[in-house]
Design a binder for this molecule. Structure first.
Ligand SMILES: [Zn+2]
Length: 246
């Protein structure tokens, strides 16, 4: 009898895994995903200002249907894993409260069953952990509506600050920027420009001219522009303070 009890003894607490405390370089922050997404500049907006190597980066997206809605369809390749958490949905492919690990190469659309239905909506976060090693990359891909062959593949480095291959000047960044551009956002905005060009729309395989991707549903360029202006505004204030000898 004594031997049986010995066999099921619970390991000592010292053997359990502990998450180390804050290092002091990043202030712990808490936000409401609902409040943030009510005022978001674009789909896939990072909820927190931390995106350097090793950071956990949750990004929010909120989509809803309507008679004039058109989200289109594209594909996303990512060398790091993504986890989608649905914070609320109706008539969507993603159920409220669901957690889903995406494939490294996956399709992206509105995730609504019928995007013309005004009652359909989804509020979701997509979270990735920034690699601390070189080689973090992403690609945005469009396929021909008619023959399904690739018409555009826009690949870009998503190396985070602190990773060996991080380039602070990528995406038009400047050394004294106070807000970094988010690589996925810039890559997606660039993809939309290429995808909507005459060449990008025309399939080399079957000649079909694909309709433009609806940029309004995603607003990537909007966030890229706002980030650039926020940095320029901070520079302008610093210059004004210098002029006033402050
Ligand atoms: Zn085609």
């Amino acid at each position: 009898m004594t031997e049986v009890v010995e066999a099921v003894r619970i390991p000592e607490l010292s053997a359990t895994r502990r998450i180390s405390g804050p290092t002091g370089t990043k202030e712990p922050l808490k936000v409401s995903v609902y409040e943030r997404m009510a005022k978001a500049a674009a789909q896939l907006m990072p909820l927190f200002p931390y995106d350097d190597a090793g950071s956990v980066v949750p990004c929010g997206a909120v989509m809803w249907g309507g008679p004039d809605k058109s989200h289109g369809h594209f594909f996303h390749a990512n060398t790091v894993s993504e986890v989608a958490v649905t914070y609320g949905s109706n008539e969507a492919m993603l159920d409220s409260g669901s957690i889903m690990a995406t494939q490294k190469y996956h399709g992206v659309n509105s995730f609504l069953r019928d995007e013309k239905n005004p009652e359909a909506f989804v509020l979701v976060t997509v979270t990735q952990v920034q690699s601390t090693e070189a080689g973090q990359e992403e690609a945005m891909v469009a396929k021909c509506q008619k023959c399904k062959k690739e018409i555009v593949r826009h690949a870009y480095s998503a190396a985070a600050e602190g990773a060996p291959d991080f380039d602070p000047t990528q995406f038009g960044g400047k050394e004294d920027d106070v807000v970094r551009q988010f690589s996925t956002m810039v890559g997606s905005a660039e993809f939309a420009v290429i995808r909507n060009s005459e060449e990008g729309r025309t399939c080399k395989n079957c000649g079909h001219v694909n309709p433009p991707h609806n940029i309004e549903a995603w607003r990537w360029a909007n966030m890229v522009g706002q980030t650039r202006v926020a940095n320029d505004a901070h520079r302008a204030l610093r210059a004004a303070a210098k002029e006033a000898n402050l």
